[in-house]
Design a protein around this ligand. Structure first.
Ligand code: ASP
Ligand code: MG
Length: 419
């Protein structure tokens, strides 16, 4: 048994849906669970719709755009205009319309009842399309599979209950067909209400299915060839890693790599299920794999870049030492002002912090610190983390920039750089 997860970019047009069908068709020699995200940027658009309604702005324009976008895809995929998908899609849009207008409801509750509908649309369109091209499959409402509590927008999974439900549903589906199609991002609480698992939650949904069914592997189909050793937006020659271990993937995510959320890795690691990342544009190519094995070291250095950093040095005004009480006060001020600390370094008489520059709170932070300390800072900096670094990797990254702070241990080097 396998699980495939298709993200929004893999189903953002009629052509894309056809491509997904082709990939699915090639893997039906054994039971397959297909978890799908909302089409393209639908989740963002549904959020915009909700915000516009709250702010009493025009909502019809956004609503119509989302509707037109889906109808155009449906129109291209289903030539028979009396096909059932047309009324199903209208049914979901009716629900969207009714939900976003409930502005006196609790916001998080309302958000989940509406934003999760993007996945209802994509999964129905995909399932009916597969059927049309004679790929036998069954559409499943994920609320009957993934059981959560009622923490709207950040549902906590009830693993025992989910495992029972998922196994039950899968057994049922796979007795008649080799393909189960369901939604990412959503679970259901004990009242049968939609509860989302947090933004970008579809990977997590796929990991939950993989864990509960103890599958052979989970494949996440993306628009990149696999895990890269750096973010191609910051590093021109980012390369694909063929394989890494779960512990390395968690380390990389800790330093800010957006490979996959540790929340999704944990269940897979617990049951030793390999995670494969492949390109839906090039399905024959090998991709990357995360395994439980302990191989020595990844094939190459990995780079994580955080832009918009500020480096703040804090000195007691009276030249006294930095003591524990000062530190706890400093951490408190950072937390109060929503500034995320990425790196710290202290000496006897100073304390230096590299943090994400939260423009909204920065002024307040500096003002609060200045009450008790002398404060100096530089902003517009970059924090680069290099895992498994060598001297030449560091040199290449630094180039002609100035290093304002550097920290190294055996596996990881972190550099705060100024242009
Ligand atoms: N559609 C949801 C989102 O964009 C879930 C996902 O794609 O992972 O956050
Ligand atoms: Mg997405």
């Amino acid at each position: 048994m396998q699980v495939f997860k298709f993200g929004g970019a893999s189903v953002n047009s009629a052509k894309a849906v056809q491509n997904v069908a082709k990939i699915v068709a090639q893997h039906l020699d054994k039971p397959l669970v297909v978890v799908v995200s909302a089409m393209g940027k639908t989740t963002n658009a549904l959020e915009d719709l909700l915000t516009a309604n709250r702010e009493k702005r025009d909502t019809m324009l956004i609503y119509n755009q989302i509707r037109e976008y889906h109808l155009q895809i449906v129109d291209e995929l289903f030539p028979d205009k009396s096909h059932r998908i047309y009324s199903e899609v209208e049914g979901v849009f009716f629900a969207i319309m009714n939900t976003y207008k409930l502005s006196d409801e609790d916001y998080d509750y309302q958000y989940d009842q509406m934003v999760g509908l993007g996945e209802m649309l994509s999964s129905k369109i995909l399932s009916y399309y597969l059927q049309q091209v004679e790929i036998s499959n069954q559409w499943v409402d994920v609320k009957t599979c993934i059981a959560t509590d009622s923490t709207f927008r950040e549902g906590k999974v009830n693993w025992t209950q989910s495992e029972i439900q998922i196994r039950d549903v899968a057994k049922n589906v796979f007795s008649t067909s080799n393909c189960l199609v369901t939604q990412g991002f959503i679970g259901g609480d004990d009242k049968g209400r939609m509860v989302t698992l947090g933004r970008e939650g579809s990977d997590y949904s796929a990991a939950i299915f993989a864990y509960c069914l103890n599958v052979e592997n989970l494949t996440i189909w993306k628009d990149v060839p696999g895990f890269l050793n750096a973010d191609p937006r910051y590093f021109k020659d980012a390369k694909k890693l063929n394989q890494i271990t779960y512990s390395e993937a968690i380390e990389l995510a800790y330093y800010g790599a957006t490979i996959i959320h540790p929340k999704s890795i944990k269940p897979l690691q617990n049951r030793r299920i390999p995670l494969i990342v492949k390109s839906f544009n090039n399905p024959e190519a090998e991709g990357s794999i995360i395994l439980n094995e302990t191989f020595e070291k990844p094939e190459m250095a990995c780079y994580i870049c955080k832009p918009n950093q500020v480096l703040i040095s804090i000195y007691p005004k009276d030249f006294s030492f930095i003591a524990e009480q000062n530190m706890s006060y400093i951490f408190f001020v950072f937390a109060e002002n929503n500034m995320k600390i990425n790196l710290i370094q202290n000496s006897a008489v100073s304390f230096t912090v590299c943090a994400d520059e939260n423009k909204q709170h920065f002024g307040d932070l500096i003002a609060a610190l200045s009450n008790n300390f002398k404060v100096r800072y530089n902003n517009g900096l970059e924090l680069i983390t290099i895992r498994h670094y060598g001297e030449k990797d560091i040199k290449a990254v630094v180039g002609d920039r100035t290093i304002l702070l550097e920290q190294r241990n055996r596996t990881t080097a972190q550099l705060v750089l100024q242009k």
